[in-house]
Design a protein around this ligand. Structure first.
Ligand code: ZN
Length: 307
């Protein structure tokens, strides 16, 4: 972190005056949450059968010390998806800065709390708890409304997203990352918030010239890890695209399991137990897609096809 004090000052309280809970919204959120969990579990439970020869995994002989990773996700608990990766690089001396965009106010999950401030406060504490277990910097809590004011319609939602992007841009300048990790178009579980947050930080990234080399990655679940054909379409990424495979240790895995257990408002003990079992029996890899494949200019649209 280049300037943590500035960040905490910048991100004080953002509009939380309206409670957007609805009877319709809650089951939808729970549905996506379920998909998310299934995605995580499936990604860890099966072996991958593609070659790793083409992987652009960050070589172990390149030190992570002094490098800065900016991880941008929508909700408190999304970051568990790359928990072992963050734990690994934090342990190696990298500055790992997680940015959580929304306040998760509709994620009632396992609690009796109603959507709103009390639940938001609890979820913020759970996020900090998870970060401590993963050994990363205290996360930046942007505090925007879960579901990104979709219920306010076009004229409520769009300016809200644009405001988020301006704040993301400020964060980008302050954090000054070497690597950005976020969701791609699949959103991990096809969750709308995930997809919008990934697209928003991508646009912030693409709006800048490459004065400094910053690598952008989309974390994803390989299609080969998903059984259901419809889920492959909605939330899978073909294995060929996931050319960066980050392996991690048992220590990083156990840190992530402990981090996951912070989210008592979201997951039952049974779900946590199953998550731990899947992680322990999985392939100990996080899969990512590098967003920019080439920086060579060309006037041949079919250059890659002809190669
Ligand atoms: Zn989420």
């Amino acid at each position: 972190m280049k300037n943590k004090q500035n960040i905490s000052l910048y991100f004080t309280k953002i509009d939380t005056t309206n409670d957007y809970c609805s009877i319709v919204g809650r089951p939808i959120l729970l549905f996506f949450k379920l998909l998310f969990v299934v995605g995580i579990l499936s990604s860890c439970g099966e072996k991958k059968n593609v070659s790793t020869e083409q992987s652009t995994t960050i070589p172990e002989n390149i030190s992570a010390k002094g490098k800065t990773i900016m991880a941008v996700f929508a909700h408190p608990d999304d970051e568990i998806y790359i928990g072992p990766l963050m734990s690994k690089y934090a342990r190696q001396g990298a500055n790992v800065q997680l940015v959580t965009v929304t306040d998760g106010r509709y994620g009632t999950g396992q609690t009796d709390l109603k959507p709103g401030e009390e639940l938001t406060t609890l979820r913020h504490k759970e996020l900090n708890c998870a970060a401590e277990h993963m050994g990363i910097e205290r996360p930046i809590w942007m505090g925007y409304h879960d579901q990104l004011k979709l219920k306010d319609g076009f004229f409520g939602h769009v300016p809200y997203i644009q405001e988020i992007m301006r704040k993301m841009d400020s964060l980008y300048s302050i954090i000054n990352p070497d690597v950005i990790i976020t969701w791609g178009p699949d959103g991990g579980s096809n969750h709308m918030d995930h997809r919008i947050v990934g697209a928003s930080i991508t646009q912030v990234y693409l709006s800048k010239s490459k004065v400094k080399d910053v690598d952008l990655y989309y974390v994803a679940t390989p299609s080969s890890h998903i059984v259901d054909e419809d889920q492959k379409l909605l939330a899978g990424v073909a294995d060929d695209y996931l050319t960066t495979e980050i392996t991690y240790s048992e220590e990083d895995r156990e840190s992530t399991i402990l981090a996951f257990q912070c989210y008592k408002s979201q997951y039952s003990e049974e779900a946590m137990k199953k998550k731990a079992e899947r992680l322990r029996s999985g392939d100990h890899k996080v899969y990512l897609r590098p967003v920019l494949m080439s920086s060579t200019k060309t006037d041949n649209l079919f250059q890659l096809v002809d190669q």
